[in-house]
Design a protein around this ligand. Structure first.
Ligand SMILES: [Zn+2]
Length: 501
């Protein structure tokens, strides 16, 4: 089989100039070899892919997702982050290895259908990460063909232990039950991770490992430090939810006497391999700490709105030189894996912060964040996020006859302001067509539908008792957290927050 392909006549988006000229794109193996005006001559061995009437964009890169959430899309409605964390035990209860594999595959399939070609997945297993679990997840991504950074999401404190004072504020029976939940000692998670990093069997350009101590408050200091040391030793990424909600920001003051970011800085945890997810509640010093250390941020505007976490100060971060990528977050808290929606919400969320349009995030900037910015978050900055010679051929074909582009006025604006993923026609990853004319070439989608439906019916039945417990806790947890949200804090990220306090 030939390993040379020519994408003939597609209109390649140049987001900065707002133009999309017809070009021929030559691909040798998995990389782009040449981009030239139409009419490039090639030998008979070359496979020709006709892209007439297509807008070609670099595959979008999802800087933050959770594969384990894909089976829980559309669950819950008016949940804050803390109410979601309270529900997590039943949302993810009883997943077998096959379920974990299926969840990752489902997540990957949705991303491809919606124009993403790579993702940073923080996958959770209870009571701790397992070698077999991470294998199941990595194989899930591999079976679809999506490029992925897979980071076990780990903790050694439960949500109930993480928020100071929460357990003591619960009614006795619930407090006893909350106390009975235990995560394993952090050393055993570190041991599994060391084994994973030493014996990673996958091609790292396709699926690579990273580490994700989930939230500072959920991890003891020795655990955070051990993760940092291990990542350094094996040269892999670190990813953590940081200052996502006001409850976390206020709790950090109680637990550490300083901000979460200041605490991580004091642990020597910040550095170029570190990505902070959300980062809604930093102050100016926190942004400087992160920028000076060369860290990145995964901005999840859809999830931040869905959970009422607030509006992240993206403009200030970018002006201070922080690398910002865009993510969807998991489907249990943003319901879909649609990077077009994430870009659109990201652009719009910036507009409720200030009446000065000069400070709003432009369509060019938001595309840059969802491609080159997210690529840097994944550690693939020299390989993906751009359509240029030398880069991996991760290409999304958008059908210009789709209503989103009729008429075609400005491809940059329309990609952000009009596109909803319905124009995604085909998707190439590493030179290979993973989706052709909206049909997967790598696996049987009809089986995936059946397996997902069967799995959730079985899992929901098995999680019945856990669900009852979580729901019984909901009002007490909610009340306690509202109390914390009323505490004064020195930055504000929610509309009308001051009058709420
Ligand atoms: Zn997350």
């Amino acid at each position: 089989m030939t390993n040379t392909r020519l994408i003939r006549g597609g209109r390649i988006l140049d987001a900065r100039t707002h133009r999309a000229e017809a070009r021929d794109m030559l691909i040798i193996g998995e990389r782009i070899a040449d981009i030239a005006p139409p009419g490039l001559t090639v030998n008979d061995e070359t496979e020709i892919i006709n892209a007439d009437g297509m807008l070609l964009i670099p595959g979008l890169v999802n800087a933050h997702t959770h594969g384990h959430g894909s089976l829980a899309k559309g669950m819950g409605d008016r949940w804050t982050l803390e109410l979601l964390l309270n529900a997590n035990p039943w949302l993810n209860d009883g997943q077998t290895l096959e379920d974990k594999h299926l969840a990752a595959k489902l997540n990957a399939a949705e991303m491809v259908l919606k124009g993403a070609t790579a993702a940073y997945d923080l996958f959770f297993e209870f009571p701790q990460v397992t070698r077999e679990g991470i294998d199941a997840i990595a194989r899930g991504y591999q079976s679809v063909g999506l490029r992925a950074v897979v980071a076990p999401m780990m903790a050694d404190r439960t949500f109930y232990q993480a928020i100071p004072g929460l357990i003591d504020a619960l009614p006795t029976q619930q407090a006893d039950r909350a106390r009975s939940f235990k995560l394993n000692e952090y050393q055993s998670s570190i041991e599994v991770c060391r084994d994973l990093l030493t014996n990673w069997p996958y091609d790292r350009s396709q699926v690579r490992p990273a580490l994700a101590p989930t939230v500072p408050l959920h991890c003891s200091d020795p655990f955070i430090t051990a993760c940092g040391d291990l990542a350094e030793e094996f040269d892999v990424g670190l990813h953590m939810h940081l200052a996502e909600s006001k409850i976390q920001a206020v709790s950090a003051m109680q637990r550490y006497g300083k901000t979460l970011t200041a605490h991580l800085a004091d642990l020597n945890f910040l550095g170029p391999r570190f990505t902070a997810a959300h980062f809604v509640w930093p102050d100016a010093d926190d942004i400087s700490r992160m920028a000076d250390a060369g860290c990145s941020v995964a901005h999840n505007p859809g999830s931040n709105l869905r959970l009422g976490s607030g509006i992240a100060p993206i403009r200030a971060m970018r002006e201070r030189g922080l690398c910002v990528g865009i993510g969807t977050d998991g489907s249990s808290c943003s319901d879909n894996q649609n990077m077009f929606e994430a870009m659109r919400i990201g652009a719009f969320a910036s507009r409720v912060v200030s009446p000065d349009p000069e400070t709003w995030i432009s369509t060019e900037d938001v595309i840059d964040m969802a491609t080159r910015g997210s690529a840097a978050v994944l550690g693939f900055e020299n390989d993906i996020g751009q359509l240029a010679p030398g880069y991996l051929a991760d290409v999304v074909f958008l059908d210009l006859t789709n209503i989103n582009y009729v008429p075609l006025n400005d491809p940059t604006h329309q990609l952000v302001l009009n596109e909803d993923s319905s124009a995604v026609h085909s998707v190439m990853i590493g030179g290979k067509m993973v989706l052709r004319d909206r049909k997967f070439t790598t696996f049987d989608y009809a089986s995936l539908i059946r397996e997902a439906q069967d799995a959730v019916e079985r899992l929901r039945h098995g999680a019945h008792e856990m669900r009852q417990f979580s729901e019984a806790m909901e009002s007490a947890v909610g009340r306690f957290c509202i109390g914390l949200a009323r505490a004064p804090y020195h930055v504000h990220r929610l509309y009308n927050e001051q009058s709420f306090i």
